[in-house]
Design a protein around this ligand. Structure first.
Ligand code: ZN
Length: 327
């Protein structure tokens, strides 16, 4: 293994069939900040929405591709099936159970996965598990580790209760052996036993938990994860590309996604992985203070903004959830 290291989770991209409802849930209820409102670079007639912390940092960036009217999918072998998030204290579990109930979302308080103990990171005894309105599963953990919290500010959710970034994911692999070979030999994850894998970079770590897949085949659709991206340093991206290729996996060339540069490959267990640079970031094409409030278009589409914008669905105005200036 060379000196290049992954700095935890960069972003996780999912599918929604209901972009307005998606904004209402992730910004309105969960208190995330919309850090970029743009279009799918392969199809400018639909949205690509990005939710994050106050500064749009890698490590807290949940994105959704809009497939209008897409039917709910089902996670199966070859997919990430649950997203793990950090909370800052045990009291926040009750806060979120109550807030989700008010929004009509049942959330179950469960025993924290005993496998977390092997990571050496204290993640509390209880966790809160729930699904978004389209069935995407989330779990909130109480994170007592040393990594700095990534916090969005919101008109209703107090900063002390705010979601503080990704902890990792649970995934189903269609080839446990193949997945584990790539995690250990290509990506530098540490094997902690029982399907528990941890990658730790300069400032952030990420956890990848392998679960036994269900019998039913996977069905991509609304409420499923499309891919997971791991964070890389800008200067390492080309080296990562050849490093993955050298192992015999097909890796795309470095793709310029404007806010970061990406390399994609499918790990042998079926999950689409991306390696994404921790920059240049979301403030490259709009002011940091008003991220996500206006439709951002890649340069190629900016010239046809008048054709693109009227075809997009009207979304809730996220400014209603920004913290008030006076408080
Ligand atoms: Zn991505």
């Amino acid at each position: 293994m060379s000196s290049i290291r992954l700095n935890g989770v960069h972003h996780i991209s999912c599918i929604t069939g209901d972009a307005p409802g998606n904004v209402g849930f992730y910004v309105g209820v969960l208190g995330m900040r919309m850090v970029k409102k743009t279009v799918n670079q392969d199809d400018p007639s639909v949205y690509h929405l990005f939710y994050g912390d106050e500064n749009g940092n890698p490590g807290f960036d949940l994105t959704f591709f809009e497939y209008p009217g897409a039917r709910p999918g089902r996670a199966g072998a070859g997919m990430v099936h649950r997203i793990l998030w950090r909370l800052q204290s045990a009291g926040s579990l009750d806060y979120w159970q109550g807030r989700l109930a008010e929004a009509g979302i049942p959330a179950e308080l469960v025993e924290a996965d005993p496998r977390f103990a092997a990571t050496g990171i204290d993640t509390g005894e209880k966790a809160l598990r729930f699904a978004d309105p389209e069935g995407l599963e989330h779990e909130f953990l109480v994170y007592n580790g040393a990594e700095s919290p990534l916090i969005p500010l919101h008109s209703e959710v107090p900063p002390a209760h705010a979601i503080a970034g990704f902890h990792g994911v649970n995934a189903y692999s269609a080839s446990r052996e193949g997945t584990e070979a790539v995690l250990s030999r290509v990506l530098g994850f540490e094997d902690l036993g029982n399907g528990t894998w941890l990658v730790a970079g300069e400032s952030r770590s990420g956890c990848y938990l392998l679960d036994v897949p269900p019998e039913e085949r996977q069905m991509p659709g609304a409420g499923t994860v499309h891919h997971i991206a791991w964070a890389t340093r800008m200067e390492d991206q080309e080296e990562w590309q050849s490093h993955v290729s050298d192992f015999g996996l097909y890796a795309t060339p470095v793709v310029d996604r404007f806010y970061f540069r990406a390399v994609y490959f499918r790990e042998p267990g079926g999950v689409l992985f991306e390696l994404a640079t921790m920059g240049p970031g979301f403030a490259t094409d709009e002011p940091a203070g008003t991220l996500g409030e206006r439709l951002s278009l890649p340069p190629d589409f900016e010239a046809i903004r008048e054709q693109v914008e009227p075809h997009l669905k009207v979304l809730p105005d996220v400014r209603q959830w920004r913290p008030s200036q006076s408080s």
